[in-house]
Design a protein around this ligand. Structure first.
Ligand SMILES: [Zn+2]
Length: 139
């Protein structure tokens, strides 16, 4: 007996999953597992995310440090089973976008500061040239 599931789909392709021990099919195609699959689906529905008060509280995420604290919190809640992998992935993805946006904001602030310094420097130089011109006129 091959190790692969013997299920044939309507397009005549074979299921490529490994068969279960003592069966010709994988868990998803074994007719004897239909009741178990139904129970698993229902259990999956019940074991979705467990809401806690902390979940609904708005998070402060305006600095990299605050995002890091929330990521640490999320990682620990995934590990203790309070957040499922799907929600954790969404939080991780959004945190990545947020960190990039925070970094972009910092770059823009630094650029603005540099532009202001450059503007002041240019202004000071043109003021000096003006004063030099005035001194030269007197000589
Ligand atoms: Zn199968």
């Amino acid at each position: 007996m091959t190790d692969k599931c013997q299920y044939v789909r309507s397009d005549l392709s074979h299921c490529r999953a490994n068969r279960m021990r003592e069966s010709h099919f994988c868990f998803f195609h074994d007719p004897a597992m239909a009741a178990k699959r139904t129970l698993s689906r229902k259990a999956g529905g019940k074991h979705r995310r467990i809401p806690t008060p902390a979940d609904s509280a708005p998070l402060r995420l305006s600095t990299v440090s605050e995002v890091i604290v929330q990521l640490e919190n999320t990682i620990n809640r995934v590990r203790d089973g309070h957040i499922n992998a799907k929600d954790a992935n969404a939080i991780g993805c959004l945190s990545g976008i947020l960190l990039k946006a925070l970094e972009q904001g910092r770059v823009e602030e630094r650029l603005t500061a540099l532009e202001q310094i450059l503007h002041r420097q240019t202004q000071a130089e043109s003021d000096l040239e003006f004063l030099d011109g005035g001194l030269n006129d007197e000589s």
